[in-house]
Design a protein around this ligand. Structure first.
Ligand SMILES: [Zn+2]
Ligand SMILES: [Zn+2]
Length: 1017
C-alpha cells in the first residue's frame, strides 16, 4: 500500500527499527578512501566512555551534538568518520570486579594477578557492551566496524611502543616522589583525581627543645602525627628572631631524634612563629625542601595509612588513632603549647571518598616540559582552536604551570609497564619481554616485570593516532589525521584533551611520525642506561626543532568544542545524593529519541548549562507529531491527486545541492515558502558551522511548524480542494458505469423485452424510485466523462502543482531536519519514495544549501502583510468573542495601491482562512478611525463589521492597554537607539529595522489616541 504511515506517531515503534537498520546496513562504515580521492574529510573521535559506563545525560548531550555535526558533514559529501571505542578504565573496572568478588566472599589478593585479570576480561565480555547498545539506541552514527577497546592487542602494542620511545628519549624516568595516595584504593591518584574540601579542624603548636640551650622553637601543624617523620626544622634566613639558632639542632619530642635547624624559604617570618617542621616523606612542599637540603626522607606510614616501624611506639596505629595518641603524649610531656580552631583543606579520592595521604613512593614519570612546550605553541598559533575562547586561556594557564606527570598506578587492570627489574638492580625497558639482563647476563628467572600499570589517560591520550594505526604508516593516518573536531566536557579538559595534544604533537611529528625516517631520530643511544631515582634526574631531551608545517600537521584535532553541563529543571547539578538524576533512556522511552535529541540541541547555547526540563521534551514530541500529521495529510492528497508522485531529480543519486529543484512557484505562498526555505537553510548551515545547535534547531522548528505546517499547508488547501467536486463527478460517472454494466449483464440474462417488466415490478414494490434497472446509454456516460475532464483542466493543473510542491518541499525539509531528528525523518522520507528511495537512508542524501536566486525578500514582506491581516481578523474575532460558526464581513483601508492589489489578488487566502471565517471582504474608501472593532497597523486598517453592542468600557480598557504596550515599546526602542554602544555594536540591519519600527509606532500611537478620544466623545 502506498505511503503507509501508521495513523499515530509512536516513536518507540519506528526508532528501534531504524537504529537496527542503520547498523545492519553498515551505513556509517567508512572504507579508507583510496589515493586520489579528492572528497573533503571529516573525522571525529568519540570520547571513549568507560567500559563500565552507563549512559547519563552528559553523554546524551555530547553524543547528540556530535551526531548532529557528523550527520551534517556526511550529508554535505564529506568522507565522514566518527570513530567509536571504549576505555578499559583502570580503577573503575577493577573496583567493579572487586565488588563482585566481595559478594562471593573473595578477595583480589586470594585470586592472584593472573586469575584476577581473567575475571576482569570475563566481566567485560558479560557487561562491557551496555553503553554501546545505548549509543545505538540514540542513533549515534559511528563506524562500528572500526570500534576499538583500549586494551586491544594492537593498541596495547602501541602503548608499549610510546613508553619505550619516551624512555629512550629520556622523557620517562622513575623517581621517588610525593604523590596523592589513596589508602583504600592502594594507588597513587593524580592531582586531578583529588577533590578538595574545606572543613573545620585544628592547628596545633608544638615546641621542640633546642639542644644545648634552655630554649624551645615552636612549630604549628594540622597533622601532628607527621612530626614522627620530621627530619628538620626550618626558619627563614632573614628572620632575626632565630639568627642565634642557625646551625643548632633540636631534639624531636616523642622520637628523641636530633634534627637540624635549617634556613629555607619554606619558613615565612610573617606566618605564625616563623618556624616550620619539615617532613619530606609526607608533605609535597617539605619534600622539595628536603631535596634542597639533602634531608633524609623517613616514611612513617604504610600503604594503608597505618603507622609503620619508623613510627616507634606508634607503629600499627591507624593515622587518626596515632594523631590522638601523639597529641595526648605531647600534652602530657609539656610539648603541646597551643591548640586553636582552624579551617583545613583536605583532599579526597575521587573514586572512593577516602582522605588521600601525601606519600613518598617510587613512581614512573613523564618529564613533561618538552611536550608541554609544543602543546602551548599549537594553541598559541591557533592550529588548535577552542570554540569558546575562555577555554583556550584555561588550557594555556594549566599547560604553563604543568608538573611532571606521574603515569604509574598500583593496579592490576591496565597496560602493564614494560620494565623489568633485574636482581642486579638493573632496570630494562623493552618492547618485548627480555630473556636476559644486558648488564649482568642473568637469565629471565632473575627478571621481574614492574608490577604497576599505566594511568588510563596515558593510553587514551594516544588514541587520535593509535586508533588510526600508529606506529604503522597507514593510509588511515594519512587521511584521517589530524581529526577535525573534538566535542567533550570541561571535566576532562586536562585529563584528556591536554594530554592528547601533548602526545599527538610529539608522536605525530618527526622523528616519530610514521614515514618521517629521514629525520634525525635523536634517540638516546643508551636505551638500557641506568636511571637513578629522584625528581631531578630525568635526562634532558631537547625538543627537536620542527618546521611550522610539521608542527601544524602533528595536532590531534583542529578544533575543540567544550559542551555544557546538563542540570535539572531547577538548575541544580544532578547528583545521586540529591536524587535528581535523570536517566536519558527513561526520557527516551517516554518521549522518543528524536524529541530528546531535539530538546538538548535546542537548549545548547554556548557557555550556558542546560536546565533540562521535560516539558520542553513533551513540546518537541508534539512537534514530531505535527510533522507526522502533516505527512499523512500530504500522502492522502498525493494518493488521490497524483498517485505515484515522487520528488523530481531523484532518478539517480544526483541531487541539486542548492535550493529546491522542480518547485513551481506559482502563487504568493509558493514564492514565499521557497524563499523562506532558502533563508532558513542558509541560517541553519551557518549556525551548524559555528556549533550554534540551539539556533539551528529553533530555526528549523519555527520554519517547519510555524511557516510550513501552519501557513503554507493551510494556504495550499485551497488548491488541493479545488478538485474535490471533480472527484464527486467522477464518482457519479463510475457508479453509472457500474450500473450500465450490471444492466447489460441483466439484459443478457433476461432479454431486452423483460427488462421493462422488471423495472415496473421494482417500482411497484418499493415506495421510491430505485435505479437498479434504469438503463444508461453509452452516450450519456461519455458525455459526463468528457465534462468532468475537459471543463476543469486548470483546476487539475493547479492541484497537481500544489501537490508536487508540497512533496518537494516536504522532502527537502526532512533533509534539513534529519541531523537533529534522524528517526522520524528517515521514516517519512522512505514513505515519500514508496519504499524505493534513491539512497538507502536519508542520512546519505544531500543536505540542503541555500540558493540566493530563490530568496525573495519582497515576497516575504508581502506575505508578512497578508499574515498580519489574517491574524488581525482572527484576533478581532477572539476579542469580540464571535462564535466560530458565525461568518463576518471585513472592511480594509489601505493607502498604498500595491498593498490593495496584493490583498485583492490573495483575497481567497483571507476568505478561506478557517479561523477568520470571512464571508465578505471589501475595501473602505474613507477612514475607519471613527468606527469600532478596528485594528490599525502600519500598512492597513481592518474592521470587523459585526453587529454587537459595543461595550464602551471594555473597548476603552482594551485601547488603553494597547496604547500602554505601544508606548512602552516605543520608549524601549528609543532608549536602545539612544544607546551609542548598542548602535555601534549591533548589526546595521537590526538598527535599521528598529528605526523603522519606532517610526511605525509613532503613527500607531496617534491612531490609538484618536480612537480613545472618539470613544469618549
Ligand atoms: Zn580511593
Ligand atoms: Zn642484571
Amino acid at each position: 500500500m502506498p505511503h503507509d504511515l501508521p495513523k499515530s506517531y509512536e516513536p518507540g515503534a519506528i526508532e528501534a527499527r531504524w537504529a537496527e537498520y542503520w547498523v545492519k546496513e553498515k551505513l556509517f562504515s567508512v572504507p579508507t578512501p583510496p589515493e586520489g580521492d579528492a572528497r573533503p574529510v571529516f573525522t571525529l573521535l568519540l570520547p571513549p566512555p568507560n567500559v563500565t559506563g552507563r549512559l547519563h545525560m552528559g553523554h546524551m548531550l555530547n553524543q547528540t551534538q556530535m551526531d548532529i555535526i557528523v550527520r551534517w558533514h556526511r550529508m554535505r559529501g564529506f568522507v565522514t568518520l566518527w570513530l567509536p571505542g571504549t576505555d578499559h578504565a583502570g580503577i573503575a573496572t577493577q573496583m567493579m570486579v572487586e565488588r563482585q568478588l566481595a559478594s562471593e566472599g573473595k578477595k583480589r589478593s586470594e585470586l592472584g594477578r593472573e586469575k584476577f585479570i581473567e575475571r576482569v576480561w570475563e566481566w567485560k565480555r558479560h557487561y562491557g557492551g551496555a553503553i554501546q547498545d545505548q549509543m545505538r539506541r540514540l542513533g549515534a552514527s559511528v563506524d562500528w566496524d572500526r570500534e576499538y577497546f583500549t586494551m586491544d592487542e594492537k593498541l596495547s602494542r602501541a602503548v608499549r611502543e610510546v613508553f619505550v620511545r619516551l624512555y629512550e628519549e629520556g622523557l620517562i624516568y622513575r623517581g621517588k616522589y610525593i604523590v596523592n595516595w589513596c589508602p583504600r584504593c592502594e594507588t597513587a591518584v593524580s592531582d586531578l583525581e583529588v577533590k578538595h574540601q574545606e572543613i573545620p579542624g585544628k592547628l596545633y603548636e608544638i615546641r621542640y627543645p633546642v639542644i644545648g640551650t634552655q630554649e624551645f622553637i615552636t612549630v604549628a601543624t594540622t597533622r601532628p602525627e607527621t612530626m614522627l617523620g620530621d627530619t628538620a626544622v626550618a626558619v627563614n634566613e632573614r628572620d632575626e628572631r632565630y639568627l642565634h639558632l642557625h646551625g643548632k639542632k633540636v631534639l624531636l619530642p616523642l622520637m628523641n631524634r636530633e634534627i637540624p635547624i635549617i634556613t629555607d624559604e619554606l619558613a615565612q617570618p610573617e606566618f605564625g612563629t616563623g618556624a616550620v617542621k619539615v617532613t619530606p616523606a609526607h608533605d609535597p612542599n617539605d619534600f622539595e625542601a628536603g631535596l634542597r637540603h639533602n634531608l633524609p626522607q623517613i616514611e612513617i606510614m604504610d600503604q594503608h595509612a597505618r603507622m609503620n616501624e619508623n613510627a616507634g611506639a606508634y607503629a600499627g596505629l591507624d593515622r587518626y588513632a596515632a594523631r590522638k595518641r601523639v597529641l595526648e603524649d605531647l600534652r602530657e610531656q609539656g610539648f603541646l603549647v597551643g591548640e586553636k580552631d582552624y579551617t583545613i583543606s583536605i583532599g579526597k579520592c575521587d573514586r572512593c571518598g577516602t582522605v588521600v595521604e601525601p606519600r613518598l613512593s617510587t613512581q614512573w614519570f613523564i618529564k613533561i616540559q618538552p611536550l608541554a612546550e609544543r602543546a602551548i605553541a599549537v594553541v598559541e598559533k591557533d592550529y588548535i582552536r577552542f570554540t569558546l575562547a575562555n577555554y583556550q586561556q584555561i588550557y594555556l594557564n594549566w599547560m604553563r604551570n604543568i608538573y611532571d606527570w606521574c603515569i604509574s598506578r598500583q593496579l592490576w587492570w591496565g597496560h602493564r609497564i614494560p620494565a623489568w627489574h633485574c636482581a642486579c638492580g638493573e632496570i630494562i625497558v623493552a618492547r618485548e619481554t627480555p630473556s636476559s639482563c644486558p648488564k649482568c647476563a642473568y637469565g629471565s628467572s632473575k627478571l621481574r616485570q614492574d608490577p604497576d600499570v599505566l594511568d588510563t589517560w596515558f593510553s587514551s591520550g594516544l588514541l587520535p593516532f593509535t586508533a588510526l594505526g600508529w606506529p604503522e604508516e597507514t593510509r588511515d593516518l594519512e587521511v584521517f589525521y589530524p581529526t577535525s573536531l573534538l566535542i567533550t566536557g570541561f571535566d576532562i579538559l586536562f585529563f584528556w584533551v591536554a594530554r592528547m595534544v601533548m602526545l599527538g604533537c610529539w608522536f605525530m611529528a618527526p622523528p616519530h611520525r610514521p614515514g618521517s625516517d629521514g629525520r634525525d631520530a635523536r634517540r638516546s643511544t643508551s636505551a638500557f642506561g641506568k636511571r637513578s631515582s629522584g625528581i631531578l634526574e630525568g635526562r634532558a631531551s631537547r625538543p627537536s626543532t620542527l618546521t611550522e608545517d610539521e608542527l601544524r600537521d602533528s595536532i590531534p584535532f583542529r578544533e575543540v568544542y567544550i559542551h555544557a553541563l546538563v542540570r535539572d529543571a531547577d538548575r541544580q547539578k544532578m547528583s545521586k545524593t540529591k536524587g535528581n538524576v535523570l536517566d536519558p533512556i527513561e526520557v527516551i522511552e517516554k518521549y522518543g529519541t528524536d524529541a530528546t535529541r531535539f530538546t538538548l540541541a535546542a537548549m545548547s547555547s554556548p557557555g550556558t548549562d542546560i536546565a533540562f526540563n521535560e516539558s520542553r521534551t513533551e513540546g518537541y514530541r508534539a512537534f514530531a507529531n505535527k510533522i507526522w500529521n502533516a505527512a499523512r495529510f500530504m500522502f492522502m492528497n498525493v494518493d488521490r491527486i497524483a498517485p505515484g508522485l515522487r520528488p523530481s531529480g531523484t532518478d539517480g543519486d544526483v541531487r541539486p545541492h542548492t535550493g529546491i529543484a522542480g518547485f513551481e512557484a506559482v502563487t504568493l505562498e509558493d514564492r514565499w515558502i521557497l524563499s523562506r526555505f532558502n533563508s532558513v537553510t542558509r541560517s541553519v548551515n551557518d549556525s551548524l558551522a559555528s556549533y550554534r545547535f540551539d539556533e539551528a534547531a529553533n530555526a528549523i522548528y519555527d520554519f517547519f511548524w510555524g511557516e510550513f505546517c501552519d501557513w503554507y499547508i493551510e494556504l495550499i488547501k485551497l488548491r488541493l480542494q479545488k478538485i474535490d467536486h471533480l472527484f464527486n463527478r467522477e464518482r457519479v460517472v463510475n457508479s453509472l458505469k457500474e450500473r450500465h454494466e450490471k444492466v447489460a449483464g441483466l439484459v443478457q440474462q433476461v432479454g431486452e423485452e423483460n427488462l421493462g417488466n422488471l423495472r415496473k415490478l421494482e417500482e411497484e414494490e418499493s415506495a421510491g424510485w430505485r435505479p437498479t434497472f434504469a438503463r444508461v446509454s453509452d452516450q450519456q456516460i461519455a458525455d459526463l466523462e468528457k465534462r468532468a475532464r475537459s471543463k476543469n483542466t486548470s483546476d487539475w493543473r493547479e492541484a497537481i502543482t500544489a501537490c508536487t510542491n508540497l512533496v518537494i518541499l516536504f522532502e527537502a525539509s526532512l533533509r534539513l531536519l534529519h541531523p537533529v531528528m534522524p528517526f522520524i525523518t528517515d521514516e517519512i522520507w522512505h514513505a515519500i519514495y514508496d519504499g524505493e528511495p534513491p539512497q538507502k537512508s536519508l542520512a546519505l542524501a544531500a543536505y540542503p544549501q541555500a540558493d540566493d536566486r530563490q530568496i525573495d525578500k519582497n515576497t516575504e514582506t508581502q506575505m508578512a502583510i497578508l499574515q498580519d491581516l489574517i491574524v488581525s481578523v482572527r484576533n478581532l474575532r477572539a476579542e469580540l468573542k464571535v462564535e466560530p460558526k458565525v461568518t463576518v464581513h471585513i472592511q480594509i483601508l489601505v493607502n498604498e495601491p500595491e498593498i490593495r492589489t496584493l490583498i485583492e489578488e490573495n483575497r481567497q487566502a483571507v476568505e478561506h482562512d478557517r479561523q477568520s471565517n470571512v464571508e465578505m471582504l471589501s475595501f473602505a474608501e474613507r477612514s475607519l478611525a471613527q468606527l469600532t472593532n478596528v485594528r490599525h497597523t502600519a500598512r492597513f486598517d481592518v474592521r470587523l463589521v459585526y453587529e454587537k453592542k459595543v461595550d464602551v468600557a471594555a473597548e476603552r480598557a482594551r485601547l488603553t492597554k494597547d496604547l500602554e504596550k505601544l508606548e512602552k515599546e516605543q520608549a524601549n526602542g528609543e532608549r536602545q537607539l539612544g544607546n551609542e554602544q548598542f548602535v555601534a555594536k549591533a548589526p546595521a540591519q537590526v538598527v535599521e529595522k528598529l528605526r523603522i519600527r519606532v517610526g511605525e509606532l509613532k503613527g500607531l500611537i496617534e491612531k490609538n489616541r484618536k480612537n480613545l478620544d472618539e470613544l469618549d466623545s
